[in-house]
Design a protein around this ligand. Structure first.
Ligand SMILES: N[C@H](CCC[C@H](N)C(=O)O)C(=O)O
Length: 365
């Protein structure tokens, strides 16, 4: 994606002044724009520009993308938030360079406004790249789109990893330690650009998920009955630092067809159910084979999302516990597939998947 495409969807190059134009204010790239004004590359088309301190430029012609990205992210005007929008299989986040402080630059109330898809930037959450603590390289915090702060986010930590690589201008295969609400997480950028994350051990003890559902297997809730909306669902509860309720069937339906689930109707009834004192993320799963699952998710604090990394991890753990699947699975989510492995020898869950930049932005706070 061209740098210009990152800042805006429309680039006017001198030969095509009829295109819709975007206007770049000098304060972002004082050097580049001044250079431009003197260069032959540049031409203002008066019909498509307000005569002001803004200019129409073809960014690609004047500076290497790296300089422009850094210049953009280095801008620290007061009252403005510079961010980069990323997504992991359509689960999208506003990433904020917060490396100078452990205090988030955005409040939960501001996060709600920023995440609004009509009146704000639009996202499932806001993620902060902060300085490391307890010897880690970095710290990650996240606010859901409802302003609540979850312990962990799988798709988010992959986006976080790609953001750090960009901020620090790292090259090649990279791995670093990130302090999160669930302790130290280690993302690793693969040669193909995907990110592999050691998500740590699943937590199965009912009281630690947390849930007040009766335990069915070694202090865990595995295939227990839960009545929601007149249906008795068979649920397995797993925490990946954040709480998940996974269902493959109900008393009435031995095999779910996840595309038939009315998420906006049933999701909130699980999320706010009294047996989940910290609310819950709920995953509805279809088993295609012992290595291939399909899921949809209603996320705590974010609603129906296109993907949920911690949810995919919880789904594979639940599938193994209920006997539906082996420990290495491809999990299809509406936004795309994730590779999940619940490794027997260290009991850690590993997730591998993409994370991509959508655009750079600057918004008044
Ligand atoms: N809404 C979730 C956090 C984000 C998890 C999800 N987006 C992921 O990729 O793991 C919660 O409140 O637990």
């Amino acid at each position: 994606m061209s740098m210009a495409g990152i800042i805006s969807n429309a680039v006017v190059s001198p030969s095509r002044t009829s295109l819709p134009s975007f206007q770049l204010h000098r304060q972002f790239f004082p050097n580049q724009v001044n250079t431009l004004l003197r260069s032959s590359v540049f031409r203002i088309s008066p019909s498509s520009i307000r005569i002001s301190a803004s200019s129409i430029i073809n960014l690609e012609a004047v500076a290497p993308q790296e300089d422009l990205k850094t210049a953009f992210l280095d801008q620290k005007e007061t009252g403005f938030l510079h961010f980069v929008k990323y997504h992991g299989l359509g689960n999208d986040f506003i990433l904020v360079d917060n490396r100078d402080s452990l205090e988030p630059k955005v409040t939960p109330e501001q996060a709600v406004k920023l995440c609004d898809r009509n009146f704000g930037v639009g996202a499932d959450g806001v993620i902060f790249a902060m300085p490391g603590i307890n010897g880690t390289d970095y710290t990650m915090r996240i606010f859901n789109s409802d302003g609540s702060e979850p312990e962990m986010c799988g798709n988010g930590v992959r986006c976080f990893a790609r953001f750090i690589v960009e901020l620090e201008n790292l090259r090649g295969k990279q791995s670093f330690t990130v302090y999160t609400g669930v302790g130290v997480i280690v993302p690793e950028i693969q040669d193909d650009g995907k990110v592999k994350v050691d998500m740590g051990e699943p937590v199965l003890k009912a009281l630690d998920v947390p849930t007040t559902l009766p335990v069915t297997k070694d202090h865990a809730v595995v295939k227990a009955g839960l009545e929601v909306d007149g249906v008795t669902w068979n649920v397995t509860c797993v925490s990946m630092g954040n709480p998940h309720c996974v269902t493959f069937s109900s008393k009435e339906l031995q095999k779910l067809v996840v595309d038939d689930i009315n998420l906006p109707k049933i999701g909130p009834k699980f999320e706010h159910h009294k047996v989940f004192p910290a609310r819950i993320n709920t995953e509805f799963v279809e088993v295609f084979s012992r290595g291939h699952l399909k899921m949809r998710v209603w996320e705590r604090g974010a609603g129906a999302t296109l993907a949920c990394g911690t949810g995919a991890c919880a789904v594979v753990v639940a599938a193994v516990l209920e006997g539906h699947a082996d420990r290495i699975c491809n999990v299809d989510l509406p936004g795309g597939p994730l590779e999940i492995e619940w490794r027997e020898h260290d009991n850690h869950v590993y997730m591998t998947g993409p994370a991509e930049v959508v655009f750079y932005g600057c918004v008044p706070l």
